[in-house]
Design a protein around this ligand. Structure first.
Ligand SMILES: CC(C)(COP(=O)(O)OP(=O)(O)OC[C@H]1O[C@@H](n2cnc3c(N)ncnc32)[C@H](O)[C@@H]1OP(=O)(O)O)[C@@H](O)C(=O)NCCC(=O)NCCS
Length: 336
């Protein structure tokens, strides 16, 4: 492992739709209150896409252009695309190839999708990292982009789920690190499929005969289902575990972390993790208040905003961590 080169994040960018939906707006659609949403999740507002303007692929492209610009690169420099989303533009093909087209990349570079929901970006980052480490590619674009709002049950029936999720996109460019001991130090990926149905969009599943007709007849199963309490219970255990795993592998302690960027699942989960790891407020990044949970887009949006706000300096130890549907969970430790 040590003989392989490291990759580093050379540029990050994000894009969110311009339409802001506040908790007060949601009270017009369903029986809920601003207080309930704020107290249970920390969320104050989220973004919802604009039909005809925003797509999963073009939001990813907007974020990618910013990430490439920050890295001093152009789309033609990209050698591979890894696209994380649970809300692809089409059932198939994946949004990775659409992103290639959106960016006007003519070269037949590889592009693929990662379907790991809230852990999608960290999984995608890990995959990209492997390709850079082995020397197969020098410039890999990693994208997380989601449109949840078109698929949520915005009635009282769906309120336990639909108040949480929002739309947006983030992207990062990986390049080989030129600085010894810097870059992505390690990544850690996990899954536990026995909980697959605890956070799920079931239809249109392929294992029903005549699946299109079946899905239409069972349309309610096209909305996300979440066993919120069980997700919470597992999240507060897995986040600290996978962060600790990354620290242990690299000989660090929790207090060595300069900034923890957790997947923005729920502010209460983040606060729980912060407390369990013994981290002060300035060492944990949260922007769920403004965007809700954007699943695969949440970590790169947060990373992009943290950089914009000057929360990350050269040499800082940055930890990314995620947990979500699958269940899946993951972390990445980065010496910036
Ligand atoms: C979703 C979550 C906020 C719900 O909080 P909770 O305390 O578990 O609430 P429950 O689901 O037990 O519901 C409690 C009550 O609130 C009601 N409720 C649910 N959503 C509501 C809403 N948006 N507004 C008002 N009331 C709501 C429920 O109907 C229930 O009412 P009842 O007691 O009359 O049956 C919480 O479980 C959670 O944060 N889970 C983790 C979710 C998460 O992070 N998901 C992303 C994973 S990556």
């Amino acid at each position: 492992m040590s003989t392989l080169r490291h990759s580093e994040i050379a540029g990050v960018g994000h894009y969110v739709p311009s339409r802001v939906v506040t908790n007060a707006d949601l009270t017009q659609l369903m029986e809920t209150t601003e207080e309930w949403i704020q107290e249970r999740t920390g969320i104050q507002e989220r973004r919802w896409f604009e039909e005809g303007k925003d797509t999963t692929a073009n939001m990813g492209a907007a974020a990618s252009r910013k990430a490439l610009e920050a890295a001093g690169l152009t789309p033609d420099d990209v050698q591979m695309i890894v696209f994380a989303t649970l809300s692809p533009d089409y059932f198939f093909p994946g949004s990775g190839v659409l992103l290639q087209r959106e960016l006007g990349i003519q070269a037949p570079i590889p592009a693929f999708d990662v379907r790991n929901q809230c852990s999608g970006f960290v999984y995608a980052l890990s995959m990209a990292d492997q390709f850079v480490r082995t020397g197969m590619y020098d410039t890999v674009l990693v994208v997380g982009s989601e449109i949840h709002s078109s698929g949520l049950d915005k009635t009282t029936r769906g309120r336990g789920v639909s108040v949480i999720f929002g739309d947006g996109a983030g992207a990062a460019v990986l390049r080989p690190s030129t600085r010894e001991g810097h870059g992505i130090l390690s990544t850690h990926l996990h899954a536990q499929g026995e909980f697959a149905e605890e956070l799920i969009v079931k239809e249109p599943g392929s294992n029903r005969e005549g699946r299109v007709d079946y899905a239409v007849a069972n349309a309610l199963d096209m909305y996300p289902y979440m066993n919120g309490q069980n997700v919470f219970k597992h999240a507060v255990v897995r986040f600290p575990q996978v962060i600790k795993e990354a620290l242990d592998q690299n000989g660090y302690q929790p207090q060595d972390i300069d900034l923890l960027i957790p997947h923005q699942a729920n502010l209460r989960i983040t606060q729980f993790v912060q407390q369990k790891m013994g981290l002060s407020d300035d060492k944990v990044f949260s922007n769920i208040q403004r965007y809700g949970n954007t699943t695969a887009a949440s970590v790169p949006i947060a990373l992009s905003e943290a950089l914009q706000e000057g929360r990350i300096q050269r040499g800082d130890l940055v930890c990314l961590a995620a947990f979500g549907s699958g269940f899946t969970w993951a972390s990445a430790l980065i010496k910036w």
